[in-house]
Design a protein around this ligand. Structure first.
Ligand SMILES: C[S@@+](CC[C@H](N)C(=O)[O-])C[C@H]1O[C@@H](n2cnc3c(N)ncnc32)[C@H](O)[C@@H]1O
Length: 288
């Protein structure tokens, strides 16, 4: 992660949601905030994907395929996380590594909650600039680098109450953190979670095939002169479901379920891609 640069992976997943909006899984997935949060140049590929129009040149094609695949992945990931949030309503919601997530504005269920968005400072500044045009109550922005800052102190200073229950959403962030940073963050989250709180985590399961796939994607990006969104944001941790459950349980959480995207996509997408990213992408829901 480059300290002073806003996250490009946050842009990619927002592009995925904008490309999927009311097109993949109609009636089940919708995110109008994604398009609103993107800049015109970031929407070019989104619109090509929405029109099923792959560009002829290689560089354009690499970007197109990334956004197209990301759109498919965002559908089960978003639907599962939204459902887990609706199941257990809490007066506070904290979105960890929020990037360009539009939930604070998008989900009517959050209107009565106090919503906090935690993110690395440069990404959060970028989000503040982009989100001014969205209607609705904005979240409280809390700049935190999980590798450097104390989450508890930053949230307390922003008005979060440690004695009130919280739903924590940690989507698409764990792979970018070291195992130690993940452990430190879960410890901080647990300390701020009275009984009735919930932690929803998306993470990557360990997979040799996924590692090879990423090497191929990086090589393709280099060969075509494309700047990969992962260039400044390498993956730093992957977990087995048992390893993640052990970590959560050590900090007092009980894992309710932990599913891969392949299973979560059943019945949502017309054809579920049986790719390694669907097999190794997982969502765990844990309560305390
Ligand atoms: C792939 S994006 C996911 C964004 C959002 N959760 C979503 O799913 O749309 C990864 C996010 O993690 C954040 N992130 C990565 N490393 C971080 C760190 N050390 N501290 C705080 N945020 C971090 C980035 O700033 C970015 O917003």
């Amino acid at each position: 992660m480059v300290e002073y640069r806003a996250s490009q992976t946050a842009v990619l997943v927002a592009q995925g949601r904008a490309a999927a909006h009311e097109r993949l899984a109609p009636g089940r997935f919708t995110d109008p905030t994604a398009r609103a949060l993107l800049r015109d140049d970031e929407l070019t590929t989104v619109d090509l994907v929405r029109r099923d129009q792959p560009p002829a040149d290689w560089t354009g094609r690499v970007t197109y395929e990334m956004v197209r695949r990301c759109a498919e992945m965002m559908v089960p990931r978003t639907v599962a996380i939204d459902a887990a949030m609706r199941e257990r309503r809490t007066p506070q919601v904290v979105i960890l590594g929020a990037g360009l997530d539009g939930r604070a504005w998008r989900m009517p269920e959050l209107a009565a909650a106090d919503v906090y968005e935690v993110d690395q400072p440069a990404s959060q500044q970028d989000k503040r600039e982009r989100s001014g045009i969205l209607d609705g109550k904005p979240p409280v922005f809390v700049p935190v680098d999980f590798g450097q800052d104390r989450l508890g102190d930053a949230l307390a200073a922003a008005g979060h109450h440690a004695a009130a229950t919280t739903t924590w959403v940690w989507e698409g962030v764990v792979p970018y953190l070291t195992p130690e940073q993940v452990d430190t963050t879960v410890r901080a989250v647990a300390a701020l979670s009275p009984p009735g709180s919930r932690l929803i985590i998306s993470y990557q399961a360990r997979s040799a095939r996924a590692r090879v796939g990423r090497l191929v994607a990086h090589s393709m990006a280099r060969v075509t002169g494309h700047v990969s969104p992962w260039a400044a944001e390498p993956w730093r941790s992957a977990w087995t479901p048992a390893g993640l459950a052990g970590l959560l349980e050590r900090h007092g959480f009980t894992v309710l379920r932990d599913d891969n995207l392949l299973d979560l996509a059943a019945g949502l997408l017309a054809a579920t891609p049986r790719t390694v990213s669907f097999r190794s992408g997982r969502i765990a829901v844990a309560d305390i």
